[in-house]
Design a protein around this ligand. Structure first.
Ligand SMILES: Nc1ncnc2c1ncn2[C@@H]1O[C@H](COP(=O)(O)OP(=O)(O)OP(=O)(O)O)[C@@H](O)[C@H]1O
Ligand SMILES: [Mg+2]
Length: 479
């Protein structure tokens, strides 16, 4: 079994194929050999029977006995001897037995004539009970013979059997022909096997060529060459489909890899900006500004802002990594109207320059993590506040859709162009528009929101036009 496992796929397939070929060719060979043997035996026995029949009929006429004579066994060894002799030839010997299965005559006279086998009591009994076509094989001095038993009746329609003729003939000639035939069959089978295995080896090699190509590509990719792709020869067969799926998988891995690299570079860049600001302020302080109270106060305020920005950034990054594992989402049943009411109180504190309007939808409960849901709404509110001028309205509402609940938040702010809209969910992406307050975010808010929504099995979409405000729609499944 271990040897089998160490073989290559091609080796295993060729061995299996060869074994199947040997089995099928062997079966066909044995069947045809057996068929020919049966044909020879049946034609030999019919020939013997056909030649014995007229001899027996003539003998019955020559004996000139009545049916009564036969029935009362007035059938002499002399009569039997003449019949046995008539039925004996160079290849065939006849023995006549009476109703008591006693040998009355044996046809063999000359040394070159074959020896008759000893009668087989089992077959003899069957012949004496009236069974006509009895043929079996036996052996005389290790030479195979075919034996025929013909019951003797006064006339063909008579129910009385007064004896049995046993005719045996040598099977040496049939054996010789069959031996030659067998040798020829073995030769043909060997040729078929050699040609079949060679053709199988070649065909399996061709079929596995694509698989070997895939293996080479795999090894190249493993050693770092991400640009390599498997060649798809036939997209309809299994190997072609495997190569296609493999290429798609590598495409995805490459995209993920590239986006991770971009993410790390962007994160480092975003962290670097406040850190550079902090270093600059510290340098100014170290160069002597610490003696100027007004400068210290100004620089401290600046440094506090930078530290605040760093903390927010780290918070968002932690939030993103927390969402990688679904075990960090603690869901519970939420009554939406109550939840939004609580949120409104907090929102109104943040949106003092705007008017916060709630447009309540129907009563609905669903399963969600309340902390994450609040964070989602806060992120959307933060964007609405940043990108819409003071005095405008921010509307929060919800409605029921088939199987899901949709929460939406609209502002009457600067809106987004199509270019911004197509990138807003990418981490660190920031549109060209400047926030109303002039403060810059990190570009993580919406990508974090999208991950939080996805952790609930929901979806997020944005409708926006430059100068016409923005509406964000978040859906959550009800089940
Ligand atoms: N309500 C909105 N109106 C107009 N533009 C918006 C709105 N919300 C988001 N955007 C645009 O989408 C970009 C990405 O938003 P996102 O919330 O991801 O990052 P951010 O607000 O810039 O920074 P952060 O949220 O990390 O502080 C923004 O820079 C802005 O250009
Ligand atoms: Mg934001």
């Amino acid at each position: 079994m271990n040897r089998w496992r160490t073989l290559s796929l091609r080796g295993r397939l060729v061995l299996l194929y060869a074994a199947l070929l040997i089995l099928s060719v062997g079966l066909v060979g044995c069947y045809s050999y057996w068929n020919i043997w049966q044909l020879f035996i049946s034609s030999k026995s019919s020939h013997l029977r056909a030649s014995a029949k007229p001899v027996i009929e003539h003998w019955l006429i020559d004996c000139n006995l009545t049916e009564q004579d036969f029935v009362h066994l007035s059938f002499t060894a002399h009569d039997a001897a003449s019949l046995a002799r008539d039925l004996t030839s160079r290849n065939t010997v006849a023995v006549i037995l009476n109703r008591q299965a006693k040998i009355l005559a044996n046809g063999k006279r000359l040394p070159e004539e074959p020896t008759a086998p000893a009668p087989d009591n089992h077959y003899l009994r069957r012949a004496l009970s009236g069974e006509n076509e009895i043929t079996y094989r036996s052996k005389v001095n290790a030479t195979p013979v075919l034996v025929l038993l013909i019951p003797l009746r006064p006339h063909p329609a008579s129910p009385h059997i007064f004896g049995v003729v046993q005719i045996s003939t040598l099977l040496t000639d049939i054996n010789r022909i069959l031996f030659r035939h067998g040798a020829m069959l073995i030769g043909i089978m060997a040729v078929i096997l050699i040609l079949g295995v060679a053709a199988g080896f070649w065909l399996i090699g061709i079929s596995l060529k694509d698989l070997r190509g895939l293996l080479v590509t795999c090894n190249q990719i493993t050693s770092g060459n991400f640009t390599r792709r498997a060649h798809v020869n036939n997209p309809r067969d299994e190997i072609g489909q495997l190569a296609k799926s493999f290429n798609q998988m590598i495409d995805r891995i490459e995209t993920t890899f590239a986006s991770q690299q971009r993410f790390v570079a962007n994160a480092a860049h975003e962290l670097l900006t406040p850190l550079t600001g902090l270093r600059g302020s510290l340098e100014v302080l170290l160069r002597g500004a610490q003696d100027d109270a007004a400068a210290v106060a100004r620089l401290s305020r600046g440094m506090y802002k930078e530290v605040d920005r760093l903390i927010r950034l780290c918070d968002q990054l932690l939030g993103l990594s927390r969402l990688e594992g679904s075990s960090n989402v603690r869901k519970q049943r939420i009554v939406l109207s109550g939840f939004i009411n609580d949120f409104k109180n907090q929102a109104q504190v943040l949106a003092q320059d705007h008017s916060m309007i709630i447009e309540p939808g129907p009563f609905v409960t669903f399963i969600a993590d309340p902390d994450l849901l609040k964070q989602i709404l806060l992120n959307l509110l933060s964007n609405a506040l940043h990108y819409s001028p003071p005095g405008t309205s921010i509307i929060l509402g919800w409605r029921l859709l088939p199987g899901q609940v949709e929460i939406w938040l609209s502002d009457q702010g600067i809106g987004m162009d199509a270019e911004t809209l197509s990138h807003v969910f990418e981490p660190f992406y920031q549109g060209k528009a400047i926030t109303v307050s002039g403060e810059k975010g990190a570009g993580l808010g919406l990508s974090l929101t999208q991950s939080m929504v996805a952790a609930h099995g929901g979806a997020i979409r944005i409708e926006s036009k430059p100068g016409q405000g923005t509406s964000v729609f978040v859906t959550f499944p009800l089940q």
